[in-house]
Design a protein around this ligand. Structure first.
Ligand code: EPZ
Length: 416
């Protein structure tokens, strides 16, 4: 298994360019299935999750090729299947984003229940409720879900929770339903707005993404389109926190600062210097204080940066309290950080972190993507050397993380 070997106590300094957003790219790729023809996505990151989505779509009949180092050319003319095999569903939960487009194109879709994962059970009841509201008949047995619709007709969808995936699936299916669909309590994440932009380029009539109410006026057919993916706010936040925890001076480029307002505001609150440019953010760190924070749906503090922030707060002056309101079990990184000398107590969905003066390197395991990022940040700041195992989790969401940290002065290598 590949590992990272990290020598700590090195300040990160310099500029790093942020890639396109994984969590925008995945629904955008799925949305291309709503039309027959060749769509082009620019700014696509080279990540395991993107490769997995590509494999699934190829299996469905799409022809996908790369141009340059970040452009995907997706020909969906030959797509004829609407069934996703179990082994691929288990590999990646984001395959659930294919439900809406396949239902929209073929009026039927069959897929196995996406597995839960390290951060919680990850149900899809809200996805199913949304699709039923616009005419889908959904049945689930033997671990498979089958959705069919003779007609998709606009309707009122209320999401009990502003689920990102359920919002996106609903938008994609409603885009080709007969009539108007209103999605209430919709997720407001920037990736939802990026999907609206792309669907409208395809000929859809969608308004309101980015707010909690989205209005979709169905059209008969959608056409292929070209689009550039928005920057990855979670990758950007991870590099900002890496600059902060190492006491360095880092500029992240190709970002939309407002997408990170909750993160940069909290960092300013703890005493980290943040300077916003037009499409860059500079972090200059000295010491920082403890803070209390809750993860919330956008525009609140993003759950995907909870683990990297927690890693940083292990070295804060004072105590911090982090409450994870989005996922049930997203503190897997705590045990591993404790092996490095962190003082953390978890009670249900709350972690109490007592700042220590230093962490010490250790051999640590990675359980999920963002916990992996947290371990790298802690290792970069710790005294001595750390070995980080199972780094394949990290490759799901960060392209060549070690190379880019090396470019900032980090002493980190990948060993096979
Ligand atoms: C998206 O996942 C992201 N993934 C996640 O990023 C992110 O953490 C999450 O949104 C929250 O921001 C992608 O976009 C590919 P949700 P998604 O539906 O859509 C519950 C990463 O690290 N829920 O908003 O699956 C669910 O259990 C990943 O990049 C239901 O109860 O998230 C969870 O507690 C991790 N029923 C909460 O809602 C449903 O039908 C948030 O889930 C759906 C969700």
């Amino acid at each position: 298994m590949e590992q990272f070997i990290v020598k700590g106590e090195v300040q990160l300094n310099g500029n790093v360019k942020i890639n396109g957003a994984k969590n925008a790219t995945l629904p955008l790729m799925a949305a291309t299935l709503l039309s027959s023809g060749i769509s082009v996505l620019h700014g696509v990151p080279n990540l395991r999750d993107i490769v997995m989505m590509q494999d699934i779509m190829t299996l469905l009949g799409a022809k996908i090729s790369h141009e340059g180092n970040d452009t995907l050319v997706i020909d969906t003319t030959g797509v004829s299947k609407a069934e996703i095999p179990e082994h691929l569903m288990r590999e990646m939960r984001a395959s659930v984003f294919l439900m809406g487009p396949l239902l929209g194109r073929f009026r039927k879709v069959r897929l196995s229940y996406p597995g839960g994962c390290a951060i919680g059970p990850r149900p899809i009841d809200l996805h199913i409720k949304a699709l039923e509201r616009i005419g889908a008949l959904v049945c689930d047995k033997f671990g498979y879900i089958q959705a069919e619709a003779t007609e998709l007709t606009g309707g009122e969808i209320y999401l009990d929770f502003p689920s990102v995936g359920a919002t996106e699936n609903a938008m994609m299916a409603a885009a080709v339903a007969e009539g108007v669909t209103i999605i209430r309590n919709a997720a407001r994440e920037p990736e939802v707005l990026d999907l609206e932009c792309f669907l409208n380029k395809m000929g859809a009539k969608i308004l309101g993404a980015g707010s909690d109410t989205i209005r979709v006026t169905g059209v008969k057919r959608l056409n292929p389109a070209e689009h550039t993916v928005i920057p990855d706010r979670i990758e950007a936040g991870t590099f900002i926190l890496a600059g902060a925890i190492t006491g360095g001076d880092v500029i992240v480029e190709n970002v939309i600062p407002e997408h990170l307002s909750a993160v940069t505001d909290k960092l300013r609150e703890v005493g980290v210097k943040i300077i916003n440019g037009v499409n860059s953010i500079r972090v200059r760190a000295g010491g920082f204080r403890g803070v209390d924070i809750k993860t919330l749906p956008y525009p609140g503090f993003p759950t995907d940066l909870q683990a990297p922030l927690l890693a940083m707060l292990t070295l804060a002056k004072g105590t911090s309290i982090i409450t994870e309101t989005i996922f049930e079990n997203r503190f897997k990184h705590v045990d591993e950080l404790s092996r490095m000398g962190a003082k953390i107590k978890v009670e249900g969905r709350t972690a109490i972190i007592r700042g220590v003066s230093k962490l010490t390197g250790a051999t640590v395991a990675v359980h999920d993507l963002r916990a992996g990022a947290a371990m790298v940040l802690a290792a970069l700041a710790a005294e001595g050397t750390s070995e980080i195992e199972n780094v394949f989790h990290i490759d799901r969401g960060y392209e060549s993380l070690e190379t880019r940290l090396q470019s900032l002065g980090g002493d980190i290598v990948r060993v096979y």
